[in-house]
Design a protein around this ligand. Structure first.
Ligand SMILES: *[C@@H]1O[C@H](CO)[C@@H](O)[C@H](O)[C@H]1NC(C)=O
Ligand SMILES: *[C@@H]1O[C@H](CO)[C@@H](O)[C@H](O)[C@H]1NC(C)=O
Ligand SMILES: *[C@@H]1O[C@H](CO)[C@@H](O)[C@H](O)[C@H]1NC(C)=O
Ligand SMILES: *[C@@H]1O[C@H](CO)[C@@H](O)[C@H](O)[C@H]1NC(C)=O
Ligand SMILES: *[C@@H]1O[C@H](CO)[C@@H](O)[C@H](O)[C@H]1NC(C)=O
Ligand SMILES: *[C@@H]1O[C@H](CO)[C@@H](O)[C@H](O)[C@H]1NC(C)=O
Ligand SMILES: *[C@@H]1O[C@H](CO)[C@@H](O)[C@H](O)[C@H]1NC(C)=O
Ligand SMILES: *[C@@H]1O[C@H](CO)[C@@H](O)[C@H](O)[C@H]1NC(C)=O
Length: 534
């Protein structure tokens, strides 16, 4: 039964009680979670949350870099539309005054608040997290963020300061005896305590770990003994793949402990013994964030607003944990483009306790896996749909201010809960820029700035294949040239989930490759309704 609220004002409206939204964005989180079947993960809180939620197993980011991905999903526009592939332009100034997800909710009566890393800080959000357009209140950033790169990691037991990649710490020895993500949790709890009972809210909470450096409370290591980890096999750069697809993890090389390995740029591999420590610290950082997320959700429960709050958990992109001997994002593979996406909708993915009286299953729990392809640009139209303020798909001709380059995935969740499968978009699109074919430090081929970009890798992921074409790119016109394909990759997920074997040049795949190439070239609109069996 819905609680009905009626307001008499200039606009008279009656509606069901409006739901709150909590969007949790975990920086650089791939699907290393128990609920995704990762046996090495220790994420009891997220798993418990996922037990009452829809879990998307095929959710993809549009670019494996923070600022382009975040601006993309917060506006529901693709990197090519925002023409943001680096950190250095602001869409409102340079492209169009596009409405963001929080802005749309704000202008429809929601209190909107940003806590932690939601927009990427800096020029790409006008040094303000797109305030005041997107937010009702000033965005919050933790005080101790200023120690992000400070030399405060302890090496061994000697308390030597170092700018390390691996940086498990004792929180009590840290500046202000805290860490940024702990401050973020505290602020989010404060916000919720003050909001309960007021206007509906949209709260975006952006946790910073497991982004490097792996600075996290050392107590979380105990869940991750080194013996359980192995480097991915094969631990090497793939054969038959152009170097343009490789990213040399320059940001890791700058860290003191990695620099001390004296690795020859760009191909010398991180020794397996050190590689295992990286994997361990990544998983331990994830367990740390899992703990904070558990506390956040418990706080919603304590305030009795969980049953009136849609919760979405996702990430801006993934991270290579040694696959192809790479350690970073900055690429066009599943490990960097696939993200966790877990959505809990009261009364839909689980039964509300108040309305539970005639339900036989007293737990009211339904964990639902959805294997259809979804993209981060779908989040905005989905939340708008759930809030009953849906937005149209952007047309190709006009410069609409409020529209979406994704589609609401609410119908997928409804169908999955009824055990039905419905026809859905057939592919996810992504892209990544490069300054050159061979990896370099200057320009930084992991993160080239716009004027350095000479090539763009476009990638398409269907349920069974990933096809990538690297094209020449003109940074002045921002156009790619389909008549100038520098390299191609094709991975067959039927027998190569790890995307280790490029079959783009095998005779048996030629026809398929040509079809996928046309799909990629025609772009995202073309795959929304077509009955394609790829
Ligand atoms: C959704 O909005 C429409 C008008 O746009 C209104 O008629 C309808 O009652 C609303 N539904 C809910 C559940 O609020
Ligand atoms: C960006 O921020 C500056 C300084 O606060 C402000 O003057 C400018 O109007 C903002 N840009 C846009 C497009 O809102
Ligand atoms: C952009 O949109 C916002 C919100 O609708 C509006 O306040 C602002 O004036 C617009 N800016 C420009 C330059 O059109
Ligand atoms: C952190 O410590 C500094 C210096 O000791 C102090 O000025 C600051 O207010 C503290 N910040 C917080 C958020 O506690
Ligand atoms: C937009 O789509 C229409 C119909 O699908 C097509 O005829 C037209 O060429 C497209 N315009 C652009 C600018 O792509
Ligand atoms: C869906 O299928 C599952 C497992 O096959 C079953 O337990 C559940 O009752 C079904 N749900 C519906 C709504 O049919
Ligand atoms: C695209 O590439 C082809 C082949 O290299 C070249 O002939 C053509 O001039 C290029 N087009 C543009 C617009 O640069
Ligand atoms: C790799 O490339 C070589 C030469 O171009 C070719 O003979 C071989 O079949 C390719 N292997 C695969 C797996 O594509």
């Amino acid at each position: 039964m819905f609680v009905t609220l009626c307001f008499a004002s200039l606009i008279v409206w009656c509606t069901a009680e409006r739901q709150n939204f909590l969007l949790i964005i975990v920086d650089d989180l791939r699907t290393t979670l128990g609920c995704y079947g990762d046996l090495k993960a220790y994420t009891p809180n997220i798993d418990r949350f996922a037990a009452e939620a829809a879990i998307f197993s095929q959710a993809f980011a549009q670019q494996a870099l923070c600022a382009p991905s975040r601006n993309s999903f917060l506006t529901s526009r693709r990197p090519d539309t925002l023409q943001l592939y680096d950190f250095y332009s602001y869409w409102r100034k340079d492209i169009g005054n596009f409405t963001t997800l929080p802005q749309h909710l704000k202008s429809n009566g929601y209190i909107t608040k940003s806590i932690g890393k939601v927009f990427h800080p800096g020029i790409s959000s006008n040094n303000s997290d797109d305030n005041p357009y997107s937010w009702s209140e000033t965005p919050f950033h933790p005080f101790t963020e200023r120690y992000k790169d400070a030399p405060i990691c302890q090496t061994n037991e000697q308390l030597l300061p170092a700018r390390n990649l691996l940086c498990p710490v004792k929180v009590s020895l840290m500046p202000n005896k805290t860490l940024p993500d702990i401050e973020i949790l505290k602020e989010a709890k404060n916000f919720l305590s003050n909001q309960a009972g007021n206007s509906p809210f949209f709260l975006a909470v952006g946790f910073q770990k497991p982004h490097i450096p792996f600075k996290y409370p050392k107590k979380y290591i105990k869940y991750h003994p080194l013996q359980k980890f192995k480097v991915p096999k094969p631990y090497k750069w793939s054969d038959n793949v152009s170097s343009i697809a490789y990213n040399p993890w320059n940001d890791l090389r700058k860290r003191k402990d990695v620099a001390a390995l004296n690795l020859k740029f760009p191909w010398e591999k991180i020794p397996e013994s050190f590689a295992l420590l990286i994997i361990q610290s990544y998983y331990a950082s994830v367990t740390y964030i899992d703990n904070l997320i558990g506390k956040l959700i418990n706080h919603l429960k304590k305030l009795s607003i969980q049953e009136n709050t849609v919760i979405m958990l996702t990430s801006d992109h993934g991270w290579s944990l040694g696959e192809r001997a790479i350690w970073a994002k900055y690429s066009n593979y599943d490990v960097t483009l696939k993200v966790p996406l877990i959505v809990s909708i009261p009364g839909l993915t689980y039964k509300k306790s108040k309305t539970n009286t005639n339900v036989k299953d007293s737990s009211g729990r339904t964990q639902t896996f959805i294997n259809s392809i979804v993209e981060l640009v779908d989040i905005f139209p989905t939340i708008a749909d759930l809030a009953n303020i849906s937005i149209p798909i952007c047309s190709n001709e006009t410069t609409q201010i409020t529209c979406s380059e994704g589609i609401t995935f609410v119908p997928l969740i409804r169908a999955a809960l009824k055990n039905e499968t419905i026809s859905w978009k057939k592919a996810a699109f992504g892209q990544y820029p490069r300054p050159s074919i061979e990896p370099s430090i200057h320009p930084n081929s992991d993160e080239p700035c716009l004027k350095e970009i000479k090539a763009m890798g476009y990638t398409l992921r269907t349920n069974k294949y990933r096809y990538t074409a690297w094209l020449s790119f003109d940074s002045k016109s921002k156009l790619s040239n389909w008549s100038n394909i520098i390299a191609e990759e094709l991975y067959d997920h039927n027998n190569d989930e790890g995307e280790n074997r490029n079959v783009a040049f095998l005779e048996g795949y030629m026809k398929l490759k040509e079809k996928l190439k046309i799909l990629l070239q025609h772009g995202w609109r073309n795959v929304l309704s077509d009955e394609l069996n790829l």
